[in-house]
Write a protein that binds this ligand. Structure first.
Ligand SMILES: [Zn+2]
Length: 307
């Protein structure tokens, strides 16, 4: 299928090639919908610390992307998180309802065919992180990457199964449990993970609970240093400046703050390269201490605009 491709950015770290693929790029979200506690004084103080385009204090919107991370090493090809997906029924989330997205075409342009993906990690089970687990095939939802191990935190799997069982009439995760998670479970591709654990050479999962009960961050160890996918432990760069700010979607706010602080302390100490699921560009960088909080020192990647 010809057509526009998604925005991508690639950088190299040791033997690894790391690509951000934006299933949705730089969407302006009304701030109160994400952070009920953000007030004007806080925003005015934090805004100068953030990269351009991350926060619009006048419009009171915050930029959000939805970034899959493709990691290629001599040992494996992995996708960290799986976007919003395409063609899904999401009546309760109009922007995600029956949307189109050329993810598979974008992967093909990067030289990755569906059978070439060895590992898919879902850092946590929210609808905007699991969409491309499956795609429509002959009228049903089938695994998008049929030869991959789908590595998912066991706590997340158990939590979602219990929630759906307790309230069968309400589609869990806006319908994503049924169309994006159950089909990969039924195909026998899911490998429950009990972090901390190593899932492939140099690829590790670490617990990062709070936003959801079993969320993990993903760490890649290379000869040139470490790379960490932050998942939703940090949604936006505003939370680097104000780590106490918790999203309206966090299951356990106090735990989310404690997880974020500990993670940022560790990352700024070791100088690891990071990428966050929801940062608009610049999405890659290093975290450094700044006053009472932290900030992002962007690392420039090779960027290819979606056409
Ligand atoms: Zn998210």
């Amino acid at each position: 299928m010809a057509g526009p491709l998604l925005h991508t950015e690639t950088l190299r770290l040791g033997e690894a090639e790391i690509t951000r693929i934006a299933d949705s790029e730089s969407v302006a979200w009304p701030l109160p919908a994400l952070f009920a506690a953000a007030d004007d004084a806080m925003l005015a103080e934090a805004a100068p610390l953030l990269p351009p385009g991350h926060l619009d204090t006048a419009a009171r919107t915050i930029g959000l992307s939805f970034n899959l991370c493709l990691i290629r090493t001599p040992d494996f090809t992995a996708l960290i998180d799986a976007g919003i997906g395409a063609g899904k029924e999401r009546p309760s989330r109009p922007a995600w309802h029956r949307r189109e997205s050329p993810l598979l075409e974008t992967l093909a342009a990067l030289g990755v065919v569906p059978d070439g993906v060895d590992i898919v990690v879902n850092t946590h089970l929210h609808a905007d992180h699991v969409g491309w687990n499956t795609r429509r095939e002959n009228g049903r939802w089938a695994p998008s990457f049929p030869r991959a191990r789908y590595v998912i935190p066991r706590v997340e799997l158990d939590h979602l199964a219990a929630r759906q069982a307790a309230d069968p009439a309400t589609p869990a995760l806006h319908g994503a449990y049924a169309d994006s998670i159950l089909p990969v479970i039924e195909a026998g591709l899911v490998e429950p993970a009990d972090p901390p654990c190593t899932i492939a050479p140099g690829l590790l999962l670490h617990p990062a609970p709070g936003h959801s009960p079993g969320q993990v961050v993903v760490r890649l160890e290379t000869a040139a240093g470490a790379f960490v996918v932050l998942a939703d432990a940090v949604h936006v760069t505003l939370q680097l400046a104000r780590p106490e700010l918790t999203s309206n979607f966090c299951a356990n706010p106090a735990q989310a703050v404690a997880t974020r602080r500990a993670l940022l302390e560790q990352l700024s100490t070791e100088g690891a390269l990071v990428m966050a699921y929801h940062f608009p560009p610049p999405s890659f960088g290093q975290v450094e201490r700044h006053g009472e909080g932290w900030r992002l020192r962007p690392v420039v990647a090779e960027r290819r605009e979606g056409s």
